[in-house]
Design a protein around this ligand. Structure first.
Ligand SMILES: [Zn+2]
Length: 261
């Protein structure tokens, strides 16, 4: 019996339009649960629909991905926050939210992204939900800044999704009791392997970010099943059995998102 979890993917994305149900049925064969993240208002509605169709298997976090911030007015953001509040009981977290210096370079847009990021951290605290952080770009700058912001805002429950920073930075994040989630691209990243080995297992989570970041670069889209490779790599790095990793990560998942599988 395989007991694995994908804490971050995007099952609502167009890459699955042709065969979404089939992908989810396949995922159910080897996974215990998946968290699909809504990245903007329309996507959020689709994520909730999918959750309702697959209750107890598909879980949802809702947020405003940094790349979707620039196109939104204050009023649209406010309405979206209201929508999230109204659906508080249907979701397990706020995210993904954060900073993206890979796609966002303009100083004014960066300023706006940060303001909206802080706004959503406030919403998460108000609703008492954990946050899923997207912090990407130019070395570890986004991660370091994001860490500073969540500390300044006194956010207690957070996961750094798709962590690409140095092992030392991962350790620093874990000292604050925040979680780190590693994607299937770990199979080709020395630095991620070190992170998997060094941080406390009680703060480690597993994801695919599917349809992105396939463990096999020649493959066009990723699927949640590939999270299996993250477990195998964690077990290898820590010299533990895969079932031990499964048990620990399930416990972490249940603790952070306050759900029972
Ligand atoms: Zn994502």
């Amino acid at each position: 019996m395989i007991e694995i979890i994908d804490i971050h993917c995007h099952l609502t994305f167009k890459e699955y339009d042709a065969d979404r149900e089939q992908v989810i049925e396949e995922a159910k064969k080897i996974l215990k649960g998946v968290v699909t993240s809504g990245v903007e208002p329309e996507d959020a509605k689709r994520a909730l629909e999918l959750m309702e169709m697959h209750e107890g298997f598909v879980f949802v976090t809702l947020g405003l991905h940094p790349i979707h911030v620039a196109g939104k007015t204050d009023q649209e953001i406010e309405e979206y926050e209201e929508f999230i509040s109204e659906n508080k009981r249907k979701i397990v977290g706020i995210g993904e939210i954060g900073l993206d210096y890979h796609w966002i370079r303009d100083p004014l847009k960066i300023k706006r992204t940060k303001e909206v990021f802080v706004e959503f951290l406030g919403l998460a605290k108000e609703l008492d939900l954990p946050v899923v952080l997207h912090l990407r770009g130019t070395g570890s700058e986004a991660i370091e800044e994001g860490l500073k912001i969540v500390l300044d805002e006194d956010v207690r429950k957070a996961v750094f999704h798709c962590f690409t920073g140095k092992p030392q930075l991962a350790e620093q994040i874990c000292e604050e009791e925040y979680y780190i989630s590693l994607p299937a691209s770990i199979v080709r990243s020395k630095s991620m392997k070190k992170v998997a080995k060094r941080i406390p297992i009680s703060l480690l989570l597993t994801e695919t970010d599917a349809p992105y970041l396939s463990p096999d670069e020649s493959e066009e889209r990723n699927v949640p099943q590939h999270v299996k490779e993250v477990y195998e790599e964690i077990a290898r790095q820590r010299q533990i059995g895969v079932p031990v990793a499964e048990e620990e990560i399930e416990r972490n998942f249940e603790r952070l998102f306050e759900v029972e599988l």
